[in-house]
Design a binder for this molecule. Structure first.
Ligand SMILES: Nc1nc2c([nH]c(=O)n2[C@H]2C[C@H](O)[C@@H](COP(=O)(O)OP(=O)(O)OP(=O)(O)O)O2)c(=O)[nH]1
Ligand SMILES: [Mg+2]
Length: 316
């Protein structure tokens, strides 16, 4: 790692009721007053797991067994690159106390958004609460088969769906869209219509902005209660998506894809560079499938977005 990289380990500690422990950074420290997942910097020669166990013993007075990775968030500031490496805490002994005088709070997961946290924590909170798959629909050949495949994807657990139906004759598109929205709603999945703000406003559903449309938007094109997402390819688009109040962005293509022949992938290194300059939740897209979720999380992604990779019966 370059000299200006700081590796920070942080733990997601949950109690029997599923509440998450946050600690408040004390006065006089950097980011004072903000709430964080307890943890701290890895010291020279220390393994990440040992560092996390040491930090939690020092800061909370508990003895922990470090569990599964949640995600790694690279975050660039003018002076350094932070790598916030978040793990679940599998089990712990003792009663957490603010050993350094810091305030502690046990927080219901759905209330985490009410706590003011450092920018790199925002994607982590999203990763704890929101789906790690986002299906983007392929163009239908046969409408009945397409609806059956959508239903199968929902039955398989997909909870975010971007309805992308470019070039369909309007009457056919409207009928298919209405049925697809009904299926998503019945399954409790969040649906986003691609590139049709007027329809999204009228139907009260989510809107996905293709990057060309994102660049044209000067203000949030749907109400604050309607989900909004955008496709992004560079830093300027990510900044704009964040300024508009997008709930998340889809970034890629990470690998070359069948749906965009001839377009090279940006790769995970470039994905991380862009991730490090934004605090939006980001789905990685481009030649990815459910097997890639852990890798994506390791590069700071919320998870994967895919057409073929999430479409039942498609060749991944
Ligand atoms: N522990 C923790 N640190 C975070 C989070 N989010 C975030 O941006 N950070 C930043 C704040 C700090 O710049 C850095 C962690 O350093 P720290 O000051 O807690 O380090 P430490 O516990 O080893 O304490 P110190 O001895 O360096 O004072 O990471 C988070 O959720 N948890
Ligand atoms: Mg600390």
């Amino acid at each position: 790692m370059p000299a200006a990289t700081v590796h920070v380990m942080a733990g997601v500690i949950t109690d029997k009721r599923g509440r998450v422990l946050l600690a408040r950074r004390g006065a006089g420290r950097e980011l004072a007053g903000l709430w964080e997942f307890p943890g701290g910097k890895v010291e020279a020669g220390e393994s990440p797991e040992a560092a996390l166990a040491r930090e939690l013993a020092e800061e909370l007075g508990i003895e922990v067994e470090v569990g599964a990775p949640v995600m790694v968030v690279p975050h660039r500031t003018p002076s350094r690159l932070l790598r916030l490496d978040v793990r679940r805490i599998h089990s712990w002994r003792g009663t957490p106390k603010g050993c350094e005088g810091q305030g502690l709070a046990w927080v219901q997961p759905e209330k985490l958004g009410r706590y003011d946290m450092p920018a790199p924590d925002l994607p982590v909170v999203a990763a704890l609460l929101q789906p790690d798959h986002c299906l983007v629909t392929p163009l239908p050949v046969d409408d009945v088969a397409w609806l059956a495949a959508l239903q199968a994807a929902l039955d398989g657990g997909v909870r975010r769906v971007q309805l992308r139906l470019p070039g369909l004759e309007p009457a056919r598109r409207d009928a298919l869209r209405a049925q697809a929205l009904a299926c998503c709603s019945a399954a409790g999945a969040q649906a986003f219509v691609n590139g049709d703000p007027a329809f999204a406003r009228e139907a009260g559903v989510g809107l996905h902005l293709p990057s060309a449309m994102l660049r044209m938007c000067r203000e949030r094109p749907v109400g604050a209660d309607q989900p909004l997402s955008a496709s992004c390819h560079d830093e300027a688009e990510l900044e704009h998506a964040q300024a508009l109040g997008c709930d998340f962005a889809i970034l890629g293509p990470v690998r070359p894809t069948a749906s965009h022949p001839g377009q090279p992938g940006i790769g995970w290194d470039r994905f991380e560079q862009l991730r490090a300059r934004s605090s939006l939740p980001l789905y990685a897209i481009g030649g990815l499938a459910p097997d890639d979720v852990a890798t994506a999380r390791g590069h700071g992604a919320q998870g994967i977005a895919a057409i073929r990779g999430l479409w039942p019966g498609a060749q991944a």
